[in-house]
Design a protein around this ligand. Sequence first.
Ligand SMILES: O=C(NC1CCCCC1)[C@H](C1CCCCC1)n1c(-c2ccc(-c3nnn[nH]3)cc2)nc2ccccc21
Length: 233
Amino acid sequence: KEKVEITKAQRALMKVIVDAYNRHKIPQDVAKKLLQDQYSAEENFLLLTEMATSQVQVLVEFTKNIPGFLSLNHEDQIALLKGSAVEAMFLRSAQVFSQKMPNGHTEVLEERIRKSGISEEFMTPMFNFYKSIGELHMIEEEQALLTAITILTPDRPFVKDQQAVERLQEPMLEVLRKLCVLQHPQEPQYFARLLGRLTELRTLNHYHAEMLTSWRMNDHKFTPLLCEIWDVQ
Ligand SMILES: O=C(NC1CCCCC1)[C@H](C1CCCCC1)n1c(-c2ccc(-c3nnn[nH]3)cc2)nc2ccccc21
């Protein structure tokens, strides 16, 4: 039986990531807002672009706190943010969707999202992902590390020094692996399941451009930041 122990240095790294993650959580209020009222497709799309814009700003702040990130080549820093922004948005959306809510609220939230204006064909992959994240019942340390690991994916388009990114991602993966063994001793496959979600996240990345243009409304307006990050307009 492997004796797993998180070292002092690993605990310190985890604390830095979790503190940064908690400081930069975007307001949960999108779920509350959606539960309050039904909105038109236009209003929902505006809400999405507002939430996504503020989440990108928060993601940049969070990323700056990842040890070593600011020492990376500057173009690579941009390539990593650009390459992970959509995945981080869906990961955060999944965490918002999976958060504990009073009875029946998750069903109402799901209904509101299904009727928000997104076209039908994307509902299944999106909710499959949200539910598979929910089933993991991640603790916040796991959520924070998974977000950092997503950002530090070496094989994003245009990353020049992939080894430098791997050197930052590997210690995060090792801490997460140990955390999973300690948190879920009766589930030796839990870490593998967690990483499997990152593969599912990449498929949502693939759908994203089509999802945006498929919203049942015309004239999709984006903020300048989203035009940069989402490669639209
Ligand atoms: O605001 C949101 N997500 C923010 C959450 C926090 C981080 C930044 C994004 C959207 C809501 C917007 C208003 C209409 C309903 C969905 N959202 C989504 C969602 C839906 C479609 C696309 C998308 N992308 N491209 N086309 N459609 C992205 C995200 N999934 C959610 C699950 C739980 C709670 C909110 C959720």
